[in-house]
Design a protein around this ligand. Structure first.
Ligand code: HEC
Ligand code: HEC
Length: 310
């Protein structure tokens, strides 16, 4: 009996040892009929005169610029990418540099931080399963600097509008571009110990609107547990402010801000630091931070961080 419960314990603990695979949003599902776009329909967003079809919106070498007066002129690499190899940075990271949960925020980060990430992607010290390693191989140092300067100069906006603690969530699916959406047929699911992040307004998010918000559903009690880990370390990790600044918006050398971003993006980073998929000399500073964290701890931490201002 003892042996049995021991092996059951080992079995369950190894199941729990699995990382947050859900955060990579890799398995795209069939798009429900109600979410198909009419290819001939011209789409627009409030406050912009531009009208585009979905195919034009989804052109990764010519992404939409709904509000050209809101930002500095786009460098060519941001607007059009390079050849067939590199897609326009704005296609995924948006004109606002706020990105989506499946990509990342670039807005407001120090130039040298952004340049370093591109170097790590190039050398393979940091791995993105989908795009960035390939892009970093083909882009020149000059183009990296241009893109980094463009995004660094942008003031980040509050990205996740709402962090909602709950046991049950609307049924969702992962659609085109690896974004998660609420299923139009309705239904609910148990959240379990993870984070589900969906656009507040699917119509807006699918236009690549630069400022559309997201909702993050997180487990009950996660925000308070996360606050404790982030501010005190909770005996498991180091207080984040020591390196990420008093308000966690960066400031010490060129360390990035970690407040107010997508929790799904952030948890991928914590897990990648833990497994070594994300490293490099500067990434090594994160090793002791994540060494003793469980996936549940990481959920708590990023749930709390998402409630802060970026
Ligand atoms: C097709 C989508 C796509 C395009 C186009 C794209 N990226 Fe990315 N980028 C991503 C994804 C996905 C990630 C997040 C990787 C992860 O989860 O670790 C990312 C992450 C990054 C990061 C790391 C951000 C951080 O906070 O550490 C930088 C820097 C970056 N991209 C720069 C660029 C630049 C410069 C361009 C234009 C040449 C570009 N990206 C084009 C998808 C894209
Ligand atoms: C000893 C210093 C140090 C401490 C303490 C620290 N960090 Fe970091 N963190 C860094 C550095 C440096 C980077 C950037 C690595 C690079 O440049 O490649 C980073 C990067 C990150 C990133 C990735 C940001 C992005 O945009 O990709 C996240 C998320 C993060 N840290 C979370 C945390 C959390 C949560 C804590 C507290 C529990 C914490 N860090 C404590 C030094 C630290």
């Amino acid at each position: 009996m003892r042996l049995l419960s021991l092996s059951l314990f080992l079995l369950t603990s190894s199941l729990f040892a699995q990382g947050p695979e859900w955060a990579y949003q890799s398995v795209t599902e069939e798009i429900p009929e109600a979410h198909h776009f009419d290819p001939n329909e011209l789409r627009s967003v409030p406050g912009s005169d531009l009208q585009l079809t979905q195919d034009q919106i989804d052109d990764h070498w010519n992404p939409p610029d709904w509000f050209p007066n809101d930002h500095a002129p786009w460098p060519a690499i941001v607007a059009h990418g390079k050849g067939r190899e590199v897609r326009a940075c704005a296609a995924c990271h948006l004109a606002s540099g706020m990105g989506h949960p499946e990509s990342s925020q670039l807005a407001g980060y120090p130039v040298s931080y952004l340049v370093r990430q591109m170097e790590y992607f190039r050398t393979g010290e940091r791995t993105d399963r989908y795009w960035m390693n390939r892009f970093a191989e083909y882009i020149s140092d000059e183009e990296i600097l241009e893109a980094a300067e463009y995004f660094s100069a942008i003031e980040p906006i509050k990205w996740v509008m709402d962090v909602i603690e709950t046991d049950t969530v609307p049924r969702t699916y992962i659609g085109d571009g690896r974004m998660r959406f609420i299923h139009p047929d309705g239904g609910t699911e148990e959240l379990g110990y993870k984070i589900i992040e969906v656009p507040e307004d699917r119509e807006l998010a699918t236009t690549r609107h630069p400022y559309s918000g997201f909702i993050a559903y997180t487990p009950v009690g996660s925000i308070e547990r996360g606050r404790n880990l982030v501010t005190t370390g909770g005996g498991k990790t180091l207080p984040c402010a020591a390196c990420h600044g008093a308000d966690l918006r960066g400031g010490f050398l060129d360390y990035p801000g970690i407040a107010g971003g997508s929790p799904v993006y952030s948890i991928r980073q914590l897990y990648d630091f833990q497994t070594g998929t994300r490293g490099g000399a500067m990434g090594a500073l994160m090793s002791p931070v994540v060494a003793n964290l469980t996936t549940e701890d990481m959920v708590d931490i990023v749930a709390y961080l998402a409630t802060l201002d970026p």
